[in-house]
Design a protein around this ligand. Structure first.
Ligand code: NZQ
Ligand code: ZN
Length: 380
């Protein structure tokens, strides 16, 4: 096991009716920025619950955060934070709203001249942040209990991530009932994103971390078991609750302690979203099978363990096939051609960008830009 530091400061408030607890958690001293997306919270009753819980607070509203939140919009929100002397940000929505809240919280306290530096340096220049809390309405990203955020810049078609301990929400409310209104596609995306988060921290090479492996396998098995149920029965509380908690556990940094990690599927996926506008999870389902094929020799011991323990199959090849079958059974395409995207063109665009940034991916750092292009060409 490798050395690690583990600290997760987010308080989780999980279950029916927990939005009412906001009254005891959100500070009263200064105005609160209520941040939300395109309006789903106004249609499903979440907004009304929030307003009731915050009735003794001064609330400044900022709606319109996009899926794959835009830097340009976040900068407008930073102005609203400053002009209203906001002291706390409450993000209500999916990963996009939560990520935007994290960036706004950090950018509002940033002393440098250009807030894009926060993203360009992946968070290394962060020194302070406003405190933030969240009400999560889409289980998927784990953003509710981690310090990561991913922001897109329209002007340059870039999508970059940052990480900071200062960006962890102080608390997150997870009420599975707030997710009943999700379109089927978003539930599918959420299951796949959570599944992929586990894989990025698990599918590397054995390194004497048996507890982390079994945590990871338990989350995978829970997603495989409850994913199809929660897709078919959106208002089955127990299935939705199991899925929601699995998604949080998949990326609250616990299973990644002391183990090698490989975020190549995500890194390549972000470029596919930036260039082609695919949903985050859609990109991951395309890339992962290509990474496994490309890195087969490096990953085969772990693929074999995963196949044996999770799918009860004997070979790494069967484990890979079962995984793609699972994605298809959820209704998730796994090829660029399914979106009429030319694989050669995509490969070249992403290769060029990674070459400019001198990016090398994989747990061994041995996937160079040409390797990335190979992976994408194999996903035609
Ligand atoms: O904007 P509204 O109207 O709220 O609608 C949203 C949006 O259109 C809708 N939605 C959310 N909750 C709903 C709902 N519709 C009905 N009922 C509800 N209860 O769903 C749509 C998608 O929302 P979004 O927040 O974009 O989805 P998701 O949670 O999948 O977040 C994706 C973003 O998170 C980033 C992704 O890159 C992407 O930008 N990620 C963040 C991570 C993190 N912070 O740790 C890790 C992930 O790997 C990921 O990269
Ligand atoms: Zn993800």
């Amino acid at each position: 096991m490798q050395n690690f530091e583990f600290k997760n400061p987010t308080e989780i408030l999980f279950g029916r009716g927990m939005i009412a607890k906001l009254d005891s958690r959100v500070p009263t001293a200064a105005p609160v920025l209520l941040l939300y997306g395109g309006g789903s919270i106004k249609r499903n009753g979440v907004y009304d619950q929030i307003k009731a819980a915050l009735k003794n607070r001064q609330v400044v509203e900022f709606g319109g955060i996009e899926a794959n939140p835009l830097y340009e919009t976040c900068i407008e929100a930073v102005k609203a934070v400053r002009s209203n002397q906001v002291g706390f940000i409450l993000a209500v929505g999916g990963g996009s709203v939560l990520d935007a809240a994290k960036f706004i919280a950090v950018a509002a306290r940033y002393e440098g001249a250009d807030p894009w530096e926060i993203l360009r340096t992946h968070g290394q220049s962060i020194q302070a942040a406003l405190p933030l809390g969240a009400v999560l309405t889409l289980p998927a990203t784990g953003s509710e209990s981690n310090g990561y955020a991913v922001i897109s810049r329209k002007a340059t078609t870039e999508k970059l991530a940052f990480a900071s301990i200062l960006a962890f929400p102080v608390f997150s409310v997870l009420d599975p009932e707030t997710t009943y209104s999700l379109p089927r596609k978003q539930v599918r995306n959420g299951i796949v994103d959570a599944f992929m988060h586990v894989m990025e921290q698990y599918m590397t090479y054995p390194c004497a971390a048996p507890l982390q492996d079994r945590f990871a396998e338990a989350i995978l098995e829970t997603l495989i078991e409850t994913g199809p149920v929660t897709l078919a029965e959106p208002e089955n509380y127990e299935a939705r609750a199991a899925f929601m908690w699995s998604a949080t556990m998949a990326l609250n940094t616990l299973i990644g302690c002391g183990v090698p990690q490989d975020w190549s599927t995500h890194m390549i996926g972000h470029e596919l979203t930036a260039f082609y506008g695919l949903d985050h999870a859609e990109t991951l389902a395309i890339v992962l099978p290509g990474i496994w094929k490309h890195q087969f020799d490096r990953k085969k011991a772990k693929l074999e363990q995963y196949g044996r323990r999770v799918w009860k199959v004997k070979t790494p090849e069967e484990a890979m096939a079962r995984t793609e079958d699972f994605l298809h059974a959820l209704g998730m395409p796994t090829r660029l051609g399914d979106y009429k995207i030319d694989a050669r063109e995509a490969a070249e665009k992403v290769r060029t960008r990674f070459a400019e940034r001198k990016t090398r991916l994989g747990e061994h750092g041995d996937i160079d830009p040409d390797g990335v292009a190979e992976v994408l060409r194999s996903r035609a």
